[in-house]
Design a protein around this ligand. Structure first.
Ligand code: GLU
Length: 175
C-alpha cells in the first residue's frame, strides 16, 4: 500500500517530504521517490527501488531543493518494482505521484502514443503525467490553470486512485 506526501513552504521542503515518507513506511512499499520544483523553476526528480534510506543516500549524492514538492512510496501494481517504475512520473514540466489503479490505462496509453508521447515505464501512472501535460498544452484560455488540466485528466480516468501533481507552469500550486 503506497503513501503520498506533498509540501509547499517558504523554505526547502525536501526534508519535510522525506520525513513524511518515513512516517508512512509502516504501510509497506517497494520503492520511493520525490520531485521538487527548484529555484530555476525546473522539475527535479530523485527515485530508487528499495527503502527511503536509498532515496536519502541518492539525495546526499545529488541534492534536490525547492519550496514545492511531492513524494511517494510505491506498492507496485503495474510494472515490476524498479527505479524506472518508481514514482514520481513526469511529462516534460509535469510530475505526478499516484496511489491506486487506472483501469483504462491501456486505451489512454494508445491515445497518447498516437499524439506523440513516449512512455518510459510499465506503470499505469505514466498516462496521468502525459494527460496533464496534454491538457496544459491544449488549454483554450491562457488563464486556465493546472487545476483545470488535472480536472480534465480526472474526467478521463477510470479506477480508484489518489494523485499528487506539480508543474513548472504553476509554481506554488500543489494538487
Ligand atoms: N499503480 C501504480 C503503480 O503500479 C501505483 C501503485 C501504488 O499505489 O503504489 O505504480
Amino acid at each position: 500500500m503506497c503513501g503520498i506526501v506533498g509540501a509547499s513552504a517558504q523554505r526547502n521542503v525536501t526534508g519535510i517530504l522525506i520525513e513524511g515518507l518515513k512516517r508512512l513506511e509502516y504501510r509497506g512499499y517497494d520503492s520511493a521517490g520525490l520531485s521538487v520544483l527548484d529555484k530555476n523553476n525546473d522539475i527535479q526528480i530523485r527515485k530508487n527501488a528499495g527503502k527511503v534510506s536509498n532515496l536519502v543516500d541518492n539525495l546526499k549524492e545529488s541534492p534536490a531543493k525547492g519550496t514545492l514538492g511531492i513524494a511517494h512510496t510505491r506498492w507496485a501494481t503495474h510494472g515490476i518494482p524498479s527505479e524506472v517504475n518508481a514514482h514520481p512520473h513526469s511529462s516534460s514540466d509535469v510530475a505526478v505521484v499516484h496511489n491506486g489503479i487506472i483501469e483504462n490505462h491501456d486505451e489512454l496509453r494508445s491515445e497518447l502514443t498516437d499524439l506523440g508521447y513516449k512512455f518510459v515505464s510499465e506503470t499505469d501512472t505514466e498516462v496521468v503525467a502525459h494527460l496533464v501535460h496534454h491538457y496544459l498544452d491544449n488549454q483554450l484560455d491562457s488563464s486556465d490553470s493546472l487545476k483545470q488540466a488535472v480536472q480534465k485528466t480526472i474526467d478521463r480516468l477510470e479506477g480508484a486512485y489518489a494523485l499528487g501533481v506539480i508543474s513548472a507552469r504553476a509554481p506554488g500550486v500543489l494538487i
